[in-house]
Every structure is written in structure tokens, then in C-alpha cells.
Design a protein around this ligand. Structure first.
Ligand code: FMN
Length: 186
């Protein structure tokens, strides 16, 4: 059976709506997967590089689960990547630790999906904003980019009413199901 590592890049899951629902459902449905909650492990951002590298080495499939912050990963996931993806480990002529592992992106945005169209309110489609860096990372690290699952319009910031919150919960649960379906094909 393929070993799945799900890395949560949310900076504070205690304040999360969508990512928490997604991660809770994944944890229930994929009990054999390893969950790496960066905010809980490293509230001070002091990443244990060796421990994180070992988690990557042990996995066949790596899922990056995060809310999009400023069109990219949240700060703690950036820090994790900067520290853990070392030259000589993940890339470089002797850095082959991630060779052939599958990389999946799973993320949410506050802005609705229809805003992410060319020339629209967010200027670019989501797969031109968030995906290129992930694809290039996979390429540099000899990993297999295996696709993404995305859900927009799940911001809790606007104090959604009960109806809206119900709709967002359903979207987040559906997101987890879509990710599980993708993982089942890998
Ligand atoms: C610091 C910060 C930056 C954000 N940047 C974006 C952004 O660039 N695009 C967007 O659509 N939403 C943005 N959002 C909204 C989040 O993506 C949204 O609240 C999140 O995906 C919902 O997941 P959560 O409930 O797990 O936090 C941002 C939110 C915060 C707090």
C-alpha cells in the first residue's frame, strides 16, 4: 500500500474553518496516512529538518494541504520548504531523496473560483498563480506532479450566516472526497 503524507500548512488550525474540516475528514477516512500539522509541530517556526526530511523519505505520496495566503503557501509552509528541501537532499546532483515520489496540491481560497479567470478580479486563473511553483518544485526535485484539488469561496472572514456556513462546510467535505478520489488513483 502506498504511504501518504499530508502536510498541513495552515498557520493556525484553531482559526480554520475549511482546512480543519478537510483535514478532519481525511484523518477519519485515511487512518493509515501520516498527518504533519506544521502549526502544531512548530508554533515557533523552528522546523526540525531531519525529522521532516525523514517523513518525506518515508512517504510515496506527499500532499500539500493549505489555505492560499497572498496567492501562495502560508508562511509556515514556506519556512518548512525553505528549511527541509535542502540542496543535496531534494535537489542538486546528489539530492535524490524525493525521486519518483508523487506530489499533490490541495488548497482553498477565500475568493470564489469564478474570480480566478484571466483578466477577472484576481487577474489570473488559479492554475497560473499557485500551480506553476508547485510543478517547478516537483520538477527540480525529480518528483511526479500528480495534480491538484482546489476549492474557492470558503472564507470565514465575512462572518457568514448559518446558511452560508452550511454551504461552505459542504464544499470543504466535498473537497476532501475529491482529494481522496485522486489519491485512490495514484
Ligand atoms: C493572510 C491571508 C492572506 C490571504 N490571501 C488570499 C489570497 O491571496 N487569495 C484568496 O482568494 N484568499 C486569500 N485569503 C483567504 C484564505 O485563503 C481563506 O480564508 C482560506 O482558504 C480559508 O481556509 P481556512 O478556513 O482553513 O482558513 C487570505 C487569508 C489570509 C488570512
Amino acid at each position: 500500500m502506498k504511504k501518504i503524507l499530508i502536510v498541513s500548512g495552515h498557520t493556525n488550525l484553531n482559526n480554520s474553518f475549511a482546512n480543519k474540516i478537510i483535514l478532519d475528514k481525511l484523518a477519519k477516512d485515511l487512518p493509515e496516512a501520516v498527518f504533519d500539522y506544521l502549526d502544531k509541530e512548530y508554533p515557533d517556526f523552528a522546523i526540525d529538518v531531519k525529522a521532516e526530511q525523514q517523513k518525506l523519505v518515508d512517504a510515496d505520496i506527499i500532499v500539500l494541504q493549505f489555505p492560499v495566503f497572498w496567492y501562495s503557501y502560508p508562511s509556515i509552509m514556506h519556512r518548512w520548504m525553505e528549511d527541509v528541501f535542502e540542496h543535496g537532499f531534494s535537489h542538486g546532483s546528489r539530492g535524490k531523496a524525493l525521486l519518483g515520489k508523487k506530489l499533490v496540491a490541495s488548497f482553498t481560497t477565500g475568493a470564489p473560483e469564478e474570480m480566478y479567470v484571466k483578466g477577472g478580479p484576481q487577474l489570473y486563473p488559479i492554475d497560473e498563480l499557485v500551480i506553476p511553483a508547485i510543478k517547478s518544485t516537483a520538477n527540480l526535485c525529480s518528483m511526479d506532479y500528480a495534480g491538484y484539488v482546489y476549492t474557492g469561496g470558503v472564507s470565514y472572514a465575512g462572518n457568514p450566516d448559518e446558511e452560508k456556513a452550511k454551504e461552505m462546510r459542504a464544499k470543504a467535505e466535498k473537497h476532501a472526497e475529491r482529494l481522496e478520489a485522486l489519491l485512490a488513483t495514484l
